[in-house]
Design a protein around this ligand. Structure first.
Ligand code: NDP
Length: 449
């Protein structure tokens, strides 16, 4: 494990002791602190002012009961969370995740990451995250609606255009956001579009928001390839997951001339050597809400389904983990390296384990972290907020151009910052340091609050 700068050790120890049992949060904090040694050496004011300690402590953490009734009359009780982590740059901004694995440590890791990611976009948004241990899988529409209404009946009092603006994440797509926005509107009697992002186009949403995280991921990869005077044309790509981020990453890879030959869900992966049939995948995942194994059944014998297999065993030029945290471990990383993979870019949040990242950095492989790569989603959410505030709506082409420009600028800022702080070519160092300095400078300007 890389050594932490001695000035940062007590800060990390404090995080461990004050947040026991929150392994994902510890991992996310450590990953940022590992990059900050050269920063506190060059600018001791960051170490002296306790700004890093303050950054590691959320401004506010809300935990609440979410009771709801199933179709057959049984009462269920879930737990809801909203962690309002940092508002130095703007209102708290970050998605809501509905998944049985959600607990405070997951929400805090995601909220912490979100601070730096949002800072990197250059837009005026702070960092937050929320969600619930509710599992929408296998629930009827009516059950999902009742859950979302109950969730919003508590959350509404904490959010707002100038306070905290949630969006989607795992398990929260346009259906869930619709039910939550409806309940917010009903309770407050106000049509405040700027309170949630990821909305449908007919009720205040932005063009490209649905596609933004996946598209932005691929725009970032395209920038990485351009630095080596190459492009996506002819490249074989593996994308894990088959949700929102994965589907639109696949779409953009295909538009730019690459071929995605494998994707997955939590039951296994499909290998489709001719390239994933995106219309079929969208129908199975978005409309039927079926499993990836059904994709293989529908495609016939030329496509194989590997239950519980590791998608990282499929040889490829580029790997895009777009499913969930810690899905790409040292074994997966070793397999990618062995098979000649050249680029790994994180579409999901923190999908590569620290051991996997260490292997990547010692191999001839370029690795780019989530807070830079998948920032296109939240950046387009901020564009949605701009349109809501001005009661305007932009065209698909204009919005996509803005997204591509933002991704280019994040990419370039990462490389410039990495150079400036003595880690040329390291997207990890560049993203952590560029995100950190923007937030920390604002925090210093605002005083001890
Ligand atoms: P979705 O719920 O739409 O999709 C998640 C996908 O990942 C599903 O196909 C799910 O399969 C699959 N999955 C979950 N666990 C595993 C696993 N262990 N192995 C393989 N596949 C798995 O979520 P999103 O696409 O929205 O989010 C994916 C990631 O991207 C998350 O890390 C999220 O935080 C991040 N992200 C999302 C943004 C957005 O705009 N949506 C913005 C920025 C980051 P199954 O159905 O079997 O569970």
């Amino acid at each position: 494990m890389p050594v932490l700068d001695e000035r940062l050790v007590p800060i990390f120890e404090e995080v461990l002791s004050r947040n026991p049992g929150e392994a994902e949060f510890h991992q996310a904090v450590r990953e940022v602190l590992e990059s900050l040694g050269p920063v506190v050496t060059k600018h001791p004011r960051y170490a002296d002012s306790a700004v890093i300690r303050r950054l590691c402590e959320p401004e506010r953490q809300i935990i609440f009961r979410v009771p709801w009734v199933t179709d057959n009359g049984k009462t269920e009780v879930n737990r809801g969370f909203r962690v309002e982590f940092n508002s130095a740059l703007g209102p708290y901004k970050g998605g809501l995740r509905f998944h049985p694995s959600v607990y405070l440590g997951i929400v805090k890791f995601l909220g912490f990451e979100q601070i730096f990611k949002n800072a990197l976009t250059g837009l005026p948004i702070g960092g937050g995250k929320g969600g619930s241990d509710f599992d929408p899988k296998g629930r009827s529409d009516a059950e999902v609606m009742r859950f979302c209404q109950s969730f919003m009946t508590e959350l509404y009092r904490h959010i707002g255009e100038y306070t905290d603006v949630p969006a989607g994440d795992i398990g929260v797509g346009s259906r869930e956001l619709g039910y939550m926005f409806g309940q917010y509107k009903r309770i407050t009697n106000r049509y405040e579009s700027g309170t949630l992002t990821g909305k449908g186009l007919s009720w205040g949403g932005s063009q490209v928001r649905t596609e933004a995280t996946g598209y932005g991921t691929v725009f970032f990869v395209d920038e990485m390839l351009k630095t080596g005077r190459s492009g996506l044309d002819g490249k074989k790509v593996v994308v894990s997951g088959s949700g929102n981020v994965a589907i639109y990453a696949i779409e953009k890879v295909h538009q730019l001339g690459g071929t995605v030959i494998a994707c997955s869900d939590s039951g296994g992966y499909v290998y489709d050597p001719e390239g994933i049939d995106l219309n079929l995948l969208k129908d199975i995942k978005d409309v039927q809400r079926d499993r990836i194994s059904d994709y293989a059944l529908a495609r016939g014998p030329k496509v194989s389904f590997v239950p519980n297999g590791s998608i990282w065993d499929v040889p490829c030029d580029i790997a895009l983990p777009c499913a969930t945290q810690n899905e790409l471990d040292a074994d997966g990383a070793a397999s990618l390296i062995r098979n000649g993979c050249q680029i790994v870019a994180e579409g999901a949040n923190m999908p590569a384990t620290p051991a996997a990242i260490r292997l990547f950095s010692s191999a001839e492989l370029r690795f780019a972290p989530a807070k830079a790569v998948n920032a296109g989603g939240v950046a387009t959410s901020a564009l949605e907020m701009q349109q809501n505030a001005s009661r305007d709506s932009w065209t698909f082409e204009y919005t996509q151009d803005r997204l591509a420009e933002i991704m280019r600028s994040i990419h370039d800022r990462c490389l410039e910052t990495a150079d400036e702080y003595g880690s040329p070519g390291s997207y990890v160092a560049g993203a952590n340091i560029a995100g950190f300095t923007r937030v920390a400078d604002s925090m210093l300007a605002l005083g001890v609050i």
